[in-house]
Write a protein that binds this ligand. Structure first.
Ligand code: B16
Ligand code: MG
Length: 220
């Protein structure tokens, strides 16, 4: 690969753990609708848009609802989720994330967000992460969900960096595929079992530094 000039970060599961709040809010909805929704079920919603998540939840519950009912349920889930993330602070930034963002900045590597969430700005502002980003692309700016490459291509464009010089950090399989379809290298955050398509997989950003990134991706 050529020189690394930008890092593009997914939000949930890479920089913060908001999956637990999504889970509680979806579970409350499933309880109200009268069916069980487990943490294992929740794995299917990671990195997936809100509307697609609701469809998966309703499929699990065996419910068939019309679009107006679905819109109401998605709104009520989101209201609960927003209550939870409104109480977030910097203590919820995942281990290693701040140090790696600082490392990128100090070495002149551009930083962008590439998240499916429409609530990304609330999370970034509450955790104090906003100032680290040169570009923020979230669910309010995209029309196609991962594995479509749109979110990362818009990020690279906003930074003015060609995709070939970008590396994506993702915790979801669909996100790794989106990076590859964008023509970008990727680092999986999590387990090699699910993220094996990434060129490099690490358990968390604690394992990451610009030096390691360059060693892994820059051709000698
Ligand atoms: P919202 P990411 C994703 O964030 C979450 O992983 C996924 O569980 C959620 O459904 C999606 O955002 C949409 O979130 O309801 O806040 O718009 O991993 O792409 O940062
Ligand atoms: Mg994620």
């Amino acid at each position: 690969m050529t020189e690394i000039k930008a890092c593009l970060f997914d939000l949930d599961g890479v920089l913060v753990d908001t999956a637990k709040y999504h889970y509680i809010a979806w579970k409350e909805l499933a309880d109200r609708l009268g069916f069980e929704f487990t943490e294992k079920d929740n794995e299917r919603l990671k990195g997936v848009s809100r509307a697609a998540s609701l469809n998966i939840l309703l499929e699990i519950g065996g419910l068939n609802l019309d679009d107006a009912e679905k819109a109401k349920l998605a709104e009520s889930k989101n209201n609960r989720y927003v209550e939870y993330i409104s109480a977030m602070d910097s203590s919820e930034i995942l281990p290693g994330a701040l140090a790696f963002l600082e490392d990128c900045r100090s070495q002149g590597i551009k930083i962008a967000l590439g998240s499916a969430s429409k609530n990304a700005m609330t999370i970034l502002n509450n955790t104090g992460l906003t100032p680290y980003f040169d570009a923020i692309i979230d669910g309010t700016k995209t029309s196609a969900a991962k594995p479509d490459p749109e979110v990362f291509l818009l990020g690279a464009e906003a930074l003015g960096i060609p995709p070939v010089n970008c590396v994506v950090f993702e915790d979801a399989e669909a996100g790794i595929e989106a990076a590859s379809r964008a023509g970008m290298a990727s680092v999986g955050i999590g387990s090699p079992e699910t993220l094996g398509a990434a060129a490099l997989v690490v358990p968390s950003l604690l394992e990451m530094s610009v030096a390691r990134l360059k060693e892994a991706f820059t051709a000698v």
